[in-house]
Design a protein around this ligand. Structure first.
Ligand code: NAP
Length: 236
């Protein structure tokens, strides 16, 4: 049933880490949250706390049918999505091995989640995304910057994030005439399953900081598309 919330956010990859923190932040701020999760019940706790505003949508971003089905369900919940956060991301198991030891056969699966997934989500949900004011945020990484690349490994991850940055630019070119902006944001190194416990940032503090960044993002600035968590431009 459709209810009257001021704003709706869709978060792909909301079951844990930064995605779950985004869900918490926007629920606290009174938004309706469509949380893309691979397993129903992933957000227990939050679901009980926000029974009217949190909706889990089962959605695997590598599976076109599941993304389309989630978009169909979303149409019954809201007329408009103001913000899409494409947050789902993975590394391959041998990502941190050097070339001789890494399994390149895993690259395609990482690319499917990190680079094609956000396109799949954007395509399926596009009819619902607010014209004249909608924002699509692709959670990228500084590791996708070719200009600043210093690493010698993580081929799967770095290449997929560089591809995501290109997808971001193409989408922004395409959707700008509808008043929809598309940006790629490096969240920083966070203490999550992906980032590990030695990382310097708390994911929920990062979600708060990023939500503020999205709210104050200057939509007229067509040059600022790939940025860090303070809104500073990053080198492509
Ligand atoms: N952590 C860092 O330091 C860091 C740094 C730079 C960028 N990032 C980026 O920030 C984003 C969030 O990272 P995180 O650290 O929060 O990672 P995380 O804790 O490992 O969480 C990853 C999320 O992605 C979801 N996901 C994975 N494969 C999916 C699929 N096929 N379909 C839908 N959802 C899927 C996971 O869902 P399941 O629970 O179902 O697996 C989970 O919700 C990622 O895009 C990552 O690349 C992270």
């Amino acid at each position: 049933m459709k209810t009257a919330f001021e704003k709706t956010v869709l978060i792909a990859g909301a079951s844990r880490g930064l995605g779950k923190c985004f869900a918490k932040k926007y629920l606290e701020d009174g938004w309706r949250v469509l949380a893309g999760v691979r397993r129903e019940g992933s957000l227990h706790g939050l679901a009980e706390q926000y029974p009217d505003s949190l909706h889990e949508l089962v959605m695997d971003v590598t599976d076109t049918q599941s993304v389309q089905e989630a978009a169909r369900r979303a149409q019954n919940l809201t007329d408009e999505i103001a913000l899409v956060i494409n947050n789902a991301g993975i590394h391959s198991p041998s990502s941190f091995e050097v070339l001789e030891k890494t399994d390149l056969d895993d690259c395609a699966a990482v690319y499917e989640v990190n680079a094609v997934g956000p396109l799949r989500v954007t395509k399926a949900f596009l009819p619902l995304i607010r014209r004249d004011g909608g924002l699509i945020v692709n959670i990228s990484s500084e590791s996708g910057s070719i200009g600043d690349a210093g690493r010698e490994k993580e081929f799967d991850y770095c290449m997929s994030k560089a591809a995501l940055n290109m997808a971001t630019k193409l989408l922004d070119n395409y959707l700008n005439v509808r008043g929809i902006r598309v940006i790629a944001v490096h969240p920083g190194w966070m203490r999550t399953d992906m980032g590990g416990q030695n990382a310097d940032l708390d994911p929920c503090e990062t979600a708060v900081r990023l939500a503020e960044l999205f709210a104050r993002y200057d939509r007229k600035n067509r040059e600022l598309i790939f940025m860090d968590n303070e809104g500073n431009p990053l080198s492509w």
